[in-house]
Design a protein around this ligand. Structure first.
Ligand SMILES: *Cc1c(COP(=O)(O)O)cnc(C)c1O
Length: 234
């Protein structure tokens, strides 16, 4: 008669693996800040919870994480209002593409929008910010790799686009966001993003994901967007 195999005892905390993973990411951020001689408080960890359910997110909130990222307006709208009601003080960042017809919902729900990249979005955001009296922090997304399938402003067009955000649409842009090409070393893309931000007087840099957030911190990231390293593979 076959004997039953027993489950191995894991070292996961009772709150689940995401809480341990969050602590590991936090240690890595602290180390990267020390190496770069930067203040830990100058880097915001955005825990990217896209595709994960409220019950997966709740332990991470309980562990003290306060800033979260989602890439779809509809998904965020379905998932976050109850969590935000239960936990005052959470901040929600939209890190994925925005359609003009979702600008109203995006301005109502998010504390920051990282994907400003074309005039129609600027126009829709300006209208909703004015109408709702809410001002999410805005990042212009750069397509530093000039990948045709990817959203974002080409580096050569960045200065003019930033000027039009301000002068044509009256928007205050806080920083730049980039997603380096998956098959390239990220460092040159982070450096280029930092350079364009500096010459335009922008203080915030949203760059670095699970695979490269330590490198991004070296290049001045103020916001790192970390998903799978906290929540696991999607
Ligand atoms: C999903 C996503 C992330 C997080 O990616 P991970 O590799 O899982 O850390 C960061 N930024 C954007 C724009 C994303 O869509």
């Amino acid at each position: 008669m076959p004997t039953e195999t027993t489950c191995p005892v894991t070292s996961d905390s009772p709150n689940g693996p995401a809480v341990n993973a969050l602590a590991a990411v936090e240690r890595e951020i602290a180390r990267a800040c020390r190496d770069a001689r930067r203040d830990r408080a100058a880097v915001t960890l955005i825990a990217v919870s896209k595709t994960f359910a409220a019950e997966d997110i709740a332990p991470v909130i309980a562990a003290g994480q306060r800033v979260f990222g989602e890439n779809r307006v509809q998904e965020a709208k379905a998932k976050w209002p109850p969590l935000m009601q239960a936990h005052p003080g959470l901040a929600l960042h939209l890190i994925g593409p925005l359609q003009s017809n979702k600008a109203k919902e995006a301005v109502a729900l998010f504390d920051a929008i990282h994907s400003v990249d074309r005039p129609s979005i600027c126009e829709a955001l300006a209208k909703e910010i004015d109408r709702q009296g809410r001002s999410p922090q805005l990042f212009v997304q750069l397509n530093t790799g000039e990948e045709p399938q990817k959203a974002g402003v080409a580096p050569a067009d960045a200065d003019a686009f930033l000027k039009s955000c301000r002068d044509v649409y009256g928007l205050t842009i806080a920083g730049l966001m980039c997603i380096p090409p998956a098959d390239e070393a990220p460092a040159p893309h982070f450096a280029l993003t930092a350079k364009i931000a500096a010459r335009n007087g922008l203080k915030l840099l949203s760059m670095g994901m699970s695979a490269d957030f330590a490198v991004a911190i070296q290049f001045g990231a103020t916001h790192v967007r970390v998903g799978s390293a906290i929540f696991g593979t999607r």
